[in-house]
Design a protein around this ligand. Structure first.
Ligand code: M6R
Length: 591
């Protein structure tokens, strides 16, 4: 939920730290800070608001000369977003930045207060800092190794010790990578922060402690040195920049045909590579937010096409619920980041029960990618805008492929070859939709003043409504709800009044007529109907957009961009900070 970076080398760290924070700002953006050091002099500068505010503040300060530093951008968990609670925190000789949550912070704090430690902030981070400080007797590796035995929860720490010229780091259940440069080395929450400087990096496993100087990186486990493999990132500098687009969100939507092509190329000519889930008798699809909504489309396809019993659940519920695994079950975890705390917990719960897991993930270095029994990677590349777009589209496409493979294996799909051929055209169909983006910009203008909006559909169309509604609300702050079209008249229809925008998604031939009747019901109450369909013959009420009619497996993929563009353009009309909506963070690494 927060972003951390650290530098040690021959340059002043200011430029790297600010640059890195800007690249990580999507992870949290309510306050930020840096700490740089020269011998035993540590200078800490913190600020509420955006990284640009921190930069302004830093530029006004007299910075000490330095070749080492750490920095942090925060999404507040413990304590409000103010300067005192912002990181870095310093206790004794230890200065630290933290991503994650220390769950036993209150217990630890009470004990430390009894020992005479005075805390300034309300954060769990300051407690972790105090614990490391307590164990620090001149050996940083020993102090960190001892301290983490006491910490419950998740953490990625970047640590400076007043009397050491090296940088230290450790992680557990929170992402952290070690970047390897020339006469300088780095720590970062993700590759985007360091790609301008290096493509070489090391992945840390839980509780591996690392010591970095400009020349060396040494990794320890339980106090003993261990060897680590060096990885090379395929990310480019362009991936981490907006290019000519005003926002990452629009850039990422417009990249959808390319990333879809990349993902399809892997499988469509080589369906042997696709995981075959047909031997399972029951599928649990577990995820959060948009990833869950992609899973809801997956459930419809798996049940309808492959005849496999399937349920979806919110990861934060699934992890604590009694689950009766009485059939041969596969748990499918869906996560762009692969770091969502609840989804990780759901995966581990399945593993504890001896249940197979399959993850659909974007970030290859992530915890879920590393721990799931099997993984299918979507090839979205880095997704920087907080609201997911291209990754969600690929999650949907991945379920299309999984369902097609399972239906084929069970000999339930007689048009298999034609569907495969048709799928090859998908990126072109998608381009056609995106070429119409101005149409959706027009809708943004029309609905910018709306207080509420509704999305209605049935079956797989309803699953798409959920995502359309989430996109609109998270980036444009328009209250919106998604309903199964037949459900509205059981109460919610009382909210329909003159001019309320209602988006109707109608693609499923079997139930088209039923949804149409529901549309007419709300239109009679003066709602403004925006229909998105694959059927040109459907009645146009106020607005109608027709996408190519293709196989049921891949049809949802074409409905995705209109929904995302409507959210984007409405937010644009409202003049909002589209890539960083209020209160959100890209990857939710806390419960
Ligand atoms: O990284 P994940 O796919 O696990 O993230 C899941 C949700 O947090 C994410 O999809 C969220 O709903 C986004 N705000 C959607 O745009």
């Amino acid at each position: 939920m927060c972003g951390i970076v650290g530098y040690v080398g021959e340059q002043h760290p200011k430029e790297f730290l600010l640059d890195g924070l800007k690249k990580l700002e999507y992870r949290g953006y309510d306050s930020s800070g840096i700490a740089i050091k020269n011998n035993d002099n540590i200078q800490i500068i913190k600020c509420t608001g955006k990284i640009s505010d921190l930069e302004e503040k830093i530029n006004k300060e007299n910075l000490i000369s330095s070749k080492i530093g750490i920095a942090h951008t925060r999404w507040a968990t413990h304590g409000e977003a103010n300067e005192t609670n912002a990181h870095p925190h310093k206790v004794g000789k230890v200065t630290l930045v933290h991503n994650g949550i220390i769950e036993n912070a209150t217990d630890l704090k009470n004990k430390l207060v009894n020992d005479g430690v005075v805390f300034r902030s309300e954060t769990d981070t300051e407690v972790a800092c105090a614990v490391i400080s307590k164990y620090y007797k001149g050996n940083p590796i020993e102090a960190i190794t001892e301290a983490i035995q006491l910490l419950k929860g998740s953490y990625a720490f970047g640590v400076l010790f007043e009397d050491q010229d090296k940088l230290y780091a450790v992680r557990k259940d929170s992402p952290l990578i070690i970047g390897l440069g020339k006469k300088e080395n780095y720590i970062a929450s993700d590759i985007a922060a360091i790609i301008k400087y290096t493509d070489q990096y090391i992945l840390l496993n839980d509780d591996e402690v690392v010591e970095l100087s400009g020349e060396n990186v040494t990794v320890y486990k339980d106090g003993k040195k261990i060897k680590k493999e060096i990885q090379t990132s395929t990310m480019t500098i362009e991936d981490a920049n907006k290019g000519n687009y005003k926002h990452f969100m629009l850039k990422e939507i417009m990249e959808e045909p390319i990333v879809l092509q990349r993902t399809l190329n892997k499988y469509i000519n080589n369906m042997d590579q696709m995981v075959d889930i047909s031997p399972y008798e029951e599928i649990h699809i577990v995820a959060c937010g948009s990833a869950l909504y992609a899973g809801m489309i997956g459930k419809c396809l798996l049940e309808e096409k492959a005849n496999i019993k399937c349920m979806t659940d919110v990861a934060s519920e699934y992890r604590y619920k009694k689950i009766i695994y009485d059939r041969k079950t596969l748990v499918i975890l869906v996560s762009q980041s692969g770091e969502t705390a609840d989804t990780i917990a759901a995966m581990r719960k399945a593993h504890e029960e001896g249940i197979d897991t399959l993850a659909i993930v974007n970030v290859k270095t992530s915890t879920i990618a590393r721990e799931a029994k099997q993984t299918l990677f979507i090839e979205a590349g880095p997704e920087i805008a907080v609201a997911t777009t291209k990754a969600y589209l690929l999650q949907v496409a991945m379920f299309s492929l999984i369902a097609l493979k399972a239906a084929h294996s069970k000999k339930l799909e007689k048009n298999y070859k034609e569907i495969i051929e048709e799928a090859k055209q998908l990126p072109d169909y998608l381009r056609k939709v995106l070429n119409d983006k101005d149409v959706f910009a027009g809708i943004g203008k029309e609905i910018k003043g709306a207080r509420d909006a509704f999305y209605i559909g049935r079956g797989v169309d309803y699953a798409m409504c959920e995502e359309g509604s989430l996109k609109l609300k998270e980036v444009s702050y328009t209250h919106s709800d998604a309903y199964q079209a037949g459900e509205l008249k059981h109460g919610t229809i009382s909210l329909i009044e003159d001019g309320v925008p209602v988006f109707a998604i109608i693609t499923d031939d079997k139930i088209k007529d039923k949804t149409e009747s529901n549309v007419i019901e709300v239109e009679s109450r003066k709602a403004k109907i925006y229909t998105i369909t694959n059927d040109a013959s459907i009645m146009n009420h106020h607005f109608k957009y027709v996408v190519e009619k293709i196989s049921d497996y891949f049809q949802p993929v074409l409905i995705v961009p209109p929904l995302q563009l409507i959210g984007y353009y409405t937010a644009l009309e409202r003049g909002l900070d589209i890539d960083k909506p209020r209160n959100l963070a890209k990857s939710v690494t806390v419960e």
